[in-house]
Design a protein. Structure first.
Lengths: 924, 505
C-alpha cells in the first residue's frame, strides 16, 4: 500500500479533481531542488567533450595524488589526494575473486567518522594481498593477488584505471575530474557558506544539517561498453538511458510514491547503487557503497582513442572511437567507496557481487508458488471462502495474505477481535491444505500507551530520535506513530523476540511476514519519508543511512523468524523497500503498481533490473494494485507473472474483488492454466533458486546472460530467460494476438528451440507467433533438460514428493542436460546434507544409439521422487527400443510412443528414483 | 501417442453383459460405472473416450495413458480424472484425482490416502449420522417455511387480486369522467381564445397611441439636439452629449458618436426611426451608472468617516435619487398600458371560471390514472413464481453489525446507518432478480446507491436462503461499497418431501 491511499488522496483529489497525471511530482525533489545534486551536477568534464550544457559549470575539481604519501601493505595501497580545497585519503584494497575496492575518505583528522553501510555486506570483505605493486613517477601499477585484476593510479590529474584478467581497460574513476568530497564542518560565525550548506528547505520542511553538507561524488566510466544496467528501482527501461541533457539523474532515495509514473528516473522504494556494464562476452560491475540519498547521471558516448593514451593498449578494434558508458555518482553523505567486479563474464560479475553482498537463501517451497493477496481479506469467513474457492475451482494456491485491516487499529502483532477472533484456528484451517498465511507488520508503531510494543519501545528507548533527543514522531496508517531504530542493538533483539509464538499471539510456523512501508513511509514527512536530520543509535544522522532503513528492518524481522523455530524453518519475508544486501532476508515486489498495460509491460524490466543487481526473488502485483483490470489484462498478467520469480496477485481496497473465479469461464481457464504452468515448473524454479545460492545467478535473467556474445540482445526487455532453458515472451500489449519472438542462434549459430507446451521445434531467429488470449509464447532451449511436476495439486507442499516428468530438448548435436534439486521444502536440514541433487545427461552416441544418464550427484535426503516420464523433443526417428539399466541390473524394456509430427519421443514410466543412478538406452 | 505394440489389440467392446456376471472392482470407480472398466477378452482396457486401448494391467498403474484420464481413476497420475469415495455410511462422492495420496484426508472413509503413509480414519458413520440429523433439521425448517410460504403466496395473490379487482371500478369511473373532462377542456379553450382576442385588440390600440407620443418626444429631443437649428443633427452636435462617452474617458470621441450616428447627419425621420431608442437607453444607462457611482462613493465615505451623521447622508441620498430618477419616470409613464375596459375584464373572468372547472375534473382523472398505473405496476412486477414475494413489498428487515444498522427492503432501497442515527446511506435500490438460470429467485441485485468516495456507486447482492422466519442473517462488504446480504425467508423454502436427493453423478 502506499501513503496516498487514504491520507494523501483526499488532498490530491480536492486540489485537482480532474487531474489525469497520477504521481504528485511536486511532492518529490528534483536535482535542482537538492542542494548537493545541483552542485555536483554542475561540475564540468575535464576533457573537451560535446556534452556541455547551458547550466553554470564548475571546473573539474583538480585533484592530484601526492606521490610521497604512498604506502602499501598486503592488500591495501594508500595515498593522499589534494586539490585547492582539501586533502583526502585514497585506499585501493585488493579482494578475492577479481574484486577491487576504491575508497576515498576524509583524512584521519576529520571531525567525524563517515558512515560505511557495512551491515549490508554478507561479511567483512575477504582481502587478497596484491601480487605486485609498482609505484612509478607518474603512476602506480597495482596487480591483484590472483593476477586477475589490475589497478593503475595516475597521479596528476588523479585517475584510477581498472583492468580485467585479459589486461583490458574496463573502468576508470575520475576521468572527468568530478571527484568532490565535502568534509564535515563545525559552523564558524561570520564565515560564508554555499547555499544549502547548513540548512535546506523543501516545501514546508527545513532540514538542518548538524555537521554541514558532507556530500561526495565522482565519475565512473565503463570503458569500451555502450550499454549498462542496474540502479534499481525505477519504473524505467532495463538498459540505462542517457540522463545527461535529457532528464534528471536517476535518483536512489527510498520513497513511498503514490501511483508512480512510468519511464522516468524518479526514485522508488528500493535503492541499489549498482551498475553492470556488458558487451559481447565481457562484463564489469561497480557497486557504489553508500546508503545516503544518491543521484546518478548516466551517458553512453564515444571518445577518440587517443584520449585514453596507453591505457587502451588492449582495446582492440579498428575504429578510432572508443565507446564508454559514464556514470556520475553523487551522494549526500558517506564515502566514495566503490567495489569493482571485473568479471570477465557476466556470470563471474554476478558471483563476485554475490560473494560480497550475499544471495537469497533457499526460499521455502511454498513461497515460489502462487500468492493470493488483497487489501483486505475482511474476516475469518472471507479467508475461509477464498481458501475454499481455489479448491472448488481446482486452482493451486499456496498463501493467503492479510493486509493492515486485520490488526486492531493498525497495531501490528494484534488482531481485530471482531473480524479475526480466532486467528490460530484460521491459520490452521488454511494450512490444513498445505498452505500458509502472511500478515503485514510495518515499522511504524502506533503512539498508544495501551499498545505493548509502543510502551516497551518507549521504555527501552528504541525509537528514532529528533535532534533535540526526543522521539521522532510522524503520521502513518495508525495516525501518530513512532519509528523503531534498527541500528540500536536493543531494538534488534527486542524485535527478534516479538515473533516468538507466545509473544505474537495467533502466529505459528505457518504464518509468515510482510514488511511494508519500510522506506520508511511517513505521511507527514518531507517527500513522505523521515526527516533527514533524525538521529539513529550512535548519533548517526538519518541522511547517512536512509536507503538502508528497509533492509535493516527486514533483517531484524528475519532474525525473529529464525529465532521462533530456533533456526529450524526457513523464514519468508516480503519487503517493499530494499538496499544492497536485502536479498539475504527478503523478497521484493515492485510496490503499488496500476492495473494498466504499461505497468504490466514495465514489470519485466523492473524485475530484471533487480535480478541483475543481486535481488532475485522479485515480482510485481499481478492484476495491478490500483484500479480494476479487465479480463484481457488480468489474463495476460497471470500469464506473465507465472514466469516471474515472485508470483502474487494483490489489489487495492477500493477495487472490485478479483479472485479468479469471479471472471468468465474463459478467463478462469486462462488463469487456471497459468497457475498450472507455474506449478509444473516448480522443481525447475526451486533448482534455480538453489543454484542461485551457490552462483549468485538469478533465476530470471536477461537474454544476454545466456547469449553473452550476442550484442543484438542488449536492449531486450520483453522477453527473458528463466534459468538457462526457458525463454518467456508473454504478451504484455493490449489487443495483441501475434508477437515477434527473437530466438537467439547462439555463439555457433546452432541453437535449437521448442515450443514449451506442444514440444514442436520452432525455426527462425526472429519469428512471428500467433498468441491468442489462451496462449503464452514460451520456448525451451535445445540442450537443456527441464524437470517438472505434472500432478498439479492444491498447493506446492502437497506436490513435493511427486514423481517428475523430464522435458529433454535436444541441441543440434542431439545432446541435452539438466539438474534437479529437491529437499523437504521447509527446513534448514538441507544445510546438513538433507537434500537430493540429481543430474540428467542425454547423449546421442551414434545414428542408432542415444543414452540418458541419470545420476544422484549429491545429498543424503531420502527423496521419494521418481522419474515417471521422459519427453524427448527434437528426435528425428522413432526408436526401435528403449531400455533402462539400474546399477548392475539387467536391461529392462520401457514402453514409449513417438509423435512423427512434433518429433517428440515419450518414454513411459522409467520408475527411476532421483536418489539412484540409471541409464536409459534408446536404440534407433 | 499410441503404443505401436498395442495397435492390433481388439477393443473391449464386446464383453458380455456386465450385469450378468461378477464385476471386477477398480479403485476409484463407483459400482454404477464399473462395467466400463472390465478387462476385454484380450485383457485390455479401452480409454473411455475411445482414443486408445492399453493393457489392462496399465489401468491404475500410476501412469497416465489415456488423454481423458480414464485409465487412472484410482491414482493421481492424470490431471483430469475423478476418484470415487464410496463413503459407506455417508454419501459417496467424486474428488479430483490430484487429491489422491496427497497426505490430506478427503474421503470420509479414508480411501483416497491408501499409499501416502498417512492413515485416514473412517469417519463416515459419524458424518453420516450428523448429516442425517442436519438434513432432518433442514427439512423441518423447509417444511415449516414452505407452509408459511404457501400462506404468503396466498397473501400475495390476494393482494394482487385486490389491486387488480380495485382497478376495474377505477377504470370505469375514469371512463365516465372522460366526456365531461373533454367538454370542459373545450370550454376552457374557447373562453381562453375569446379572452386573448379582446386583450390583443386593446393592446394594439394602445400601441398606436404610444408610438405617436414617442414620435412627439423624439421631435422634442431632436429640437434640443439640433443646436444650430438646421433641421439636421450632425456629429459635432451629437458630441456635445456627455452621456455618449462609453469608455468614460471624459469626452465623446468620433467612434463613440459614429456608433449612434452612422450617416453624416440625421434628419428628424432618421432620428425617430434609427437613433431615438438607442440614444434614450444610452442616456438612461449613463444616469444609472452615475447614480451607482455616487452611491459607492458615499459608501466609501461612510466607511472612512466611521459612520458620521446619518441624517446628512440620508438627505443627500434622497436628493440625488430625485434628480436622477425624474426623466426616466416621466417617460416610463407612457409605457404603461391603460387598464382593460370592462368588456375585456368580463372575458377574463369567464376564462378563469372555465379553467377552474376543467382543473377540478382533470385532477380527479389524474388521481385515477395514478392509481390505475400503480395497480398495473404491481400486477406486472415479478414477485416470484407463486407471487409470495408480494407479501414483502414495502417491508424492511434490519441487522446490527457493530456500530451499524443495515436495512434490507426487498423491492425498495437498502441502507446502512450508524445505529441510532436518523438517516442512512443508500446501498442501492432494487434492480432485478439475479439468481442463475433455473433458480432466478435465489438472488437479488440492488444498484445505484450512494456514490462511494474514490469508488463505485454502492450496490448490494442478496443471497436468499430458506428459513422459518424472514430474517437478515448476514451482512458483509467483500469489496469496498459492494455489499453482500444473506436473507433467510420462508419464501425460499420448497417442499422438502418433494425434493429429489442426488447421490452420485
Amino acid at each position: 500500500m502506499t501513503a496516498g491511499s487514504s491520507w494523501i488522496v483526499p488532498f490530491i483529489l480536492l486540489a485537482s479533481p480532474l487531474a489525469v497525471e497520477m504521481v504528485k511530482r511536486e511532492e518529490f525533489k528534483t536535482c535542482e531542488q537538492s542542494a548537493f545534486c545541483k552542485q555536483h551536477r554542475s561540475i564540468s568534464v575535464r576533457r573537451g567533450s560535446q556534452n556541455h550544457h547551458n547550466w553554470s559549470l564548475q571546473e573539474p575539481t583538480g585533484y592530484e595524488l601526492l606521490a610521497n604519501t604512498i604506502s602499501h601493505q598486503g592488500a591495501v595501497w594508500t595515498a593522499s589526494l589534494q586539490n585547492s580545497q582539501n586533502t583526502l585519503k585514497l585506499n585501493v584494497i585488493g579482494l578475492t575473486d577479481s574484486t577491487v575496492r576504491i575508497q576515498i575518505d576524509e583524512p584521519e583528522t576529520a571531525i567525524r567518522k563517515r558512515y560505511v553501510p557495512n551491515p549490508s555486506l554478507v561479511a567483512v570483505p575477504e582481502e587478497l594481498a596484491f601480487s605486485s605493486v609498482d609505484n612509478g613517477a607518474q603512476e602506480a601499477k597495482i596487480v591483484g593477488g590472483n593476477n586477475k585484476v589490475k589497478v593503475v593510479v595516475t597521479y596528476k590529474p588523479f585517475l584510477v584505471s581498472i583492468f580485467n584478467e585479459f589486461d583490458e581497460l574496463v573502468a576508470q574513476v575520475n576521468r572527468d575530474g568530478k571527484l568532490k568530497v565535502e568534509e564535515f564542518r563545525t559552523k564558524e560565525e561570520g564565515k560564508e557558506y554555499p547555499e544549502g550548506f547548513w540548512e535546506e528547505r523543501f516545501k514546508s520542511f527545513t532540514d538542518h544539517k548538524q555537521h554541514g553538507s558532507s556530500s561526495v561524488g565522482v565519475d565512473i566510466s565503463f570503458v569500451n561498453f555502450k550499454t549498462a544496467y542496474g540502479l534499481p528501482e525505477h519504473a524505467d527501461a532495463f538498459a540505462l538511458r542517457n540522463t545527461v541533457g535529457n532528464t534528471d539523474p536517476y535518483r536512489l532515495y527510498n520513497l513511498d510514491v503514490f501511483e508512480y509514473e512510468l519511464n522516468n528516473p524518479m526514485a522508488l522504494y528500493v535503492s541499489i547503487p549498482y551498475i553492470l556494464a556488458h558487451r559481447a562476452n565481457r562484463s564489469v560491475g561497480a557497486l557504489w557503497f553508500n546508503a545516503a540519498e544518491t543521484w546518478v547521471d548516466t551517458q553512453s558516448s564515444v571518445t577518440s582513442k587517443g584520449l585514453f593514451g596507453k591505457m587502451l593498449d588492449k582495446v582492440t578494434g579498428s575504429s578510432d572511437n572508443v565507446p564508454h558508458f559514464d556514470a556520475h555518482f553523487m551522494s549526500e553523505s558517506g564515502l566514495v567507496d566503490i567495489f569493482f567486479f571485473v568479471g570477465p563474464t557476466v556470470k563471474d560479475v554476478q558471483r563476485q557481487n554475490a560473494k560480497l553482498t550475499g544471495t537469497t537463501p533457499l526460499p521455502p517451497l511454498f513461497s515460489i508458488g502462487y500468492h493470493q493477496c488483497r487489501w483486505n481479506y475482511n474476516d475469518e469467513q472471507d479467508v475461509a471462502a477464498v481458501n475454499k474457492g481455489f479448491d472448488d475451482h481446482d486452482m493451486p494456491m499456496d498463501v493467503i495474505w492479510l493486509d493492515i485491516e486485520h490488526t486492531d487499529g493498525k497495531k501490528y502483532f494484534t488482531w481485530d477481535k471482531h473480524k479475526f477472533p480466532t486467528p490460530n484456528d484460521m491459520v490452521d484451517k488454511v494450512s490444513a491444505k498445505g498452505r500458509k498465511m502472511v500478515t503485514i507488520v510495518d515499522p511504524h508503531i502506533k503512539k498508544d500507551e495501551g499498545y505493548y510494543v509502543y510502551k516497551d519501545a518507549k521504555d527501552k528507548g528504541l525509537f528514532v530520535k529528533r535532534t533535540d533527543g526526543s522521539d521522532f514522531e510522524g503520521h502513518c496508517w495508525p495516525g501518530a506513530s513512532e519509528y523503531l531504530d534498527f541500528w540500536h542493538p536493543d531494538t534488534r533483539s527486542y524485535w527478534k523476540d516479538q515473533f516468538s509464538f507466545d509473544r505474537y499471539s495467533g502466529s505459528s510456523s505457518n504464518l509468515h511476514i510482510w514488511n511494508d512501508m519500510n522506506e520508511p513511509s511517513v505521511f507527514s514527512g518531507p517527500e513522505i519519508t523521515m526527516d533527514k536530520e533524525s538521529i539513529h543509535y550512535g548519533g548517526i544522522e538519518h541522511r547517512e543511512v536512509h536507503n538502508m532503513y528497509g533492509m535493516m528492518y527486514t533483517s531484524a524481522t528475519f532474525d525473529g523468524l529464525m529465532a521462533r523455530t530456533e533456526g529450524k524453518e526457513r523464514p519468508f519475508i516480503l519487503s517493499r523497500a530494499g538496499f544492497i544486501g536485502t536479498q539475504r532476508t527478503a523478497a521484493i515486489w515492485t510496490g503499488d503498481n496500476t492495473a494498466d498495460w504499461g505497468h504490466l509491460e514495465i514489470a519485466a524490466p523492473m524485475t530484471l533490473s533487480l535480478s541483475i543487481a543481486g535481488v532475485p526473488f522479485v515480482g510485481a502485483d499481478v492484476g495491478g494494485f490500483f484500479g480494476n483490470p479487465d479480463e484481457q489484462l488480468l489474463s495476460r498478467w497471470y500469464q506473465t507473472g507465472a514466469f516471474q520469480p515472485f508470483f502474487r496477485a494483490h489489489a487495492h481496497i477500493d477495487t472490485r474483488r478479483r479472485e479468479p473465479w469471479l471472471f468468465s469461464e474463459q478467463t478462469q481457464g486462462i488463469i487456471r492454466e497459468a497457475l498450472r504452468t507455474r506449478y509444473a515448473l516448480l522443481p525447475y524454479w526451486y533448482t534455480l533458486f538453489q543454484q542461485h545460492t551457490e552462483s549468485g545467478v538469478p533465476p530470471m535473467r536477461p537474454l544476454f546472460y545466456e547469449f553473452e556474445n550476442d550484442d543484438s540482445l542488449l536492449e531486450e526487455q520483453k522477453q527473458w530467460m528463466v534459468g538457462n532453458g526457458i525463454l518467456a515472451r508473454p504478451v504484455v500489449e493490449k489487443d495483441t494476438f501475434n508477437v515477434q519472438v527473437k530466438l537467439p542462434r547462439g555463439e555457433h549459430q546452432k541453437e535449437r528451440w521448442y515450443e514449451w507446451i506442444s514440444g514442436a521445434e520452432v525455426r527462425g531467429e526472429s519469428i512471428y507467433v500467433d498468441a491468442p488470449i489462451t496462449f503464452t509464447p514460451v520456448y525451451q532451449r535445445g540442450g537443456v533438460i527441464i524437470p517438472t511436476w505434472q500432478r498439479i495439486r492444491r498447493s506446492a507442499s502437497l506436490m513435493k514428493d511427486d514423481p517428475l516428468t523430464l522435458f529433454v530438448a535436444l541441441d543440434s548435436d542431439g545432446n541435452s542436460k539438466g539438474e534437479v534439486y529437491l529437499d523437504d521444502g521447509t527446513t534448514h536440514e538441507y544445510q546438513g546434507g538433507q537434500f537430493v541433487k540429481a543430474s540428467f545427461n542425454y547423449k546421442t552416441e551414434s545414428k542408432t544409439a542415444a543414452v540418458l544418464v541419470g545420476e544422484h550427484i549429491d545429498g543424503s535426503y531420502t527423496a521419494k521422487n521418481w522419474v515417471e516420464r521422459v519427453v524427448v523433443r527434437g528426435v528425428e526417428n522413432a526408436p526401435k527400443k528403449v531400455e533402462i539399466t539400474r546399477l548392475s541390473d539387467p536391461f529392462e524394456p520401457l514402453q514409449f510412443s513417438y509423435d512423427r509430427d512434433s518429433k517428440v519421443l515419450t518414454i513411459r514410466k522409467p520408475e527411476a528414483l532421483l536418489t539412484s543412478s540409471y541409464k536409459i538406452h534408446i536404440e534407433f | 501417442m499410441l503404443l505401436k505394440l498395442l495397435v492390433f489389440l481388439v477393443p473391449a467392446a464386446f464383453a458380455s453383459d456386465p450385469t450378468q456376471r461378477q464385476l471386477k472392482p477398480v479403485k476409484g470407480v463407483p459400482h454404477s460405472r464399473l462395467h466400463l472398466y472390465q478387462p476385454s477378452t484380450t485383457d485390455t482396457f479401452r480409454c473411455i473416450d475411445g482414443s486408445q486401448t492399453i493393457l489392462y494391467s496399465q489401468l491404475n498403474d500410476d501412469y497416465c495413458d489415456c488423454q481423458d484420464g480414464s485409465d487412472e481413476p484410482g491414482t493421481s497420475a492424470c490431471g483430469n480424472a475423478f476418484f470415487y469415495c464410496s463413503n459407506v455410511g455417508h454419501k459417496g462422492n467424486f474428488i479430483p484425482t490430484n487429491r489422491v495420496n496427497d497426505k490430506l484426508c478427503d474421503c470420509c472413509d479414508g480411501s483416497d490416502e491408501y499409499d501416502s503413509g498417512v492413515t485416514c480414519p473412517n469417519i463416515c458413520d459419524e458424518l453420516g449420522r450428523a448429516a442425517r440429523v442436519e438434513r432432518e433439521k433442514v427439512a423441518n425448517v423447509a417444511r415449516k417455511g414452505f407452509q408459511k410460504r404457501q400462506e404468503m403466496a396466498k397473501e400475495g395473490q390476494t393482494l394482487r387480486d385486490s389491486k387488480l379487482k380495485d382497478v376495474e371500478p377505477l377504470r370505469q369511473e375514469r371512463a365516465t369522467l372522460e366526456p365531461e373532462r373533454s367538454r370542459l377542456e373545450q370550454d376552457k379553450k374557447s373562453a381562453e381564445e375569446a379572452e386573448k382576442k379582446l386583450q390583443d385588440e386593446h393592446r394594439n390600440q394602445w400601441e398606436v397611441i404610444r408610438n405617436e407620443k414617442k414620435k412627439l418626444r423624439a421631435a422634442e429631443w431632436f429640437e434640443q439636439l439640433d443646436l444650430d437649428k438646421s433641421g439636421k443633427i450632425d456629429r459635432e452636435e451629437l458630441r456635445q452629449n456627455l452621456f455618449l462617452d462609453d469608455d468614460n474617458d471624459g469626452f465623446v470621441n468620433e467612434d463613440e458618436v459614429k456608433a449612434y450616428l452612422t450617416i453624416d447627419e440625421a434628419d428628424l425621420e432618421h432620428f425617430q426611426s434609427s437613433m431615438y431608442d438607442r440614444l434614450k437607453s444610452a442616456k438612461n444607462r449613463h444616469l444609472e451608472e452615475a447614480r451607482i457611482k455616487e452611491e459607492d462613493e458615499r459608501e466609501r465615505a461612510r466607511a472612512l468617516e466611521n459612520a458620521p451623521d446619518d441624517d446628512d447622508l440620508l438627505a443627500e441620498e434622497d436628493r440625488h435619487e430625485g434628480e436622477a430618477a425624474e426623466p426616466i419616470n416621466s417617460e416610463d409613464e407612457d409605457d404603461k398600458m391603460p387598464e382593460y375596459p370592462q368588456e375585456v375584464k368580463d372575458a377574463q373572468e369567464k376564462a378563469r371560471e372555465a379553467r377552474r372547472l376543467f382543473d377540478e375534473v382533470n385532477e380527479k382523472t389524474g388521481d385515477l390514472d395514478a392509481k390505475i398505473r400503480e395497480a398495473e405496476d404491481f400486477a406486472n412486477s415479478d414477485y416470484g413464481e407463486d407471487y409470495s414475494w408480494a407479501a414483502l413489498k414495502d417491508k424492511c428487515f434490519d441487522r446490527n453489525v457493530q456500530q451499524y444498522t443495515y436495512q434490507f427492503c426487498p423491492f425498495g432501497q437498502n441502507t446502512q446507518k450508524d445505529t441510532g442515527a436518523y438517516s442512512g446511506t443508500s446501498l442501492g435500490s432494487f434492480k432485478n432478480w439475479s439468481g442463475p438460470e433455473g433458480n432466478k429467485y435465489s438472488k437479488m441485485h440492488f444498484g445505484d446507491g450512494q456514490q462511494c468516495w474514490n469508488g463505485p456507486k454502492r450496490s448490494t447482492d442478496i443471497t436468499i436462503e430458506c428459513g422459518e422466519e424472514n430474517e437478515l442473517v448476514e451482512v458483509t462488504e467483500p469489496a469496498k461499497c459492494e455489499y453482500l446480504f444473506t436473507f433467510r425467508t420462508p419464501l425460499a423454502c420448497s417442499d422438502p418431501d418433494k425434493e429429489v436427493v442426488h447421490d452420485e453423478f
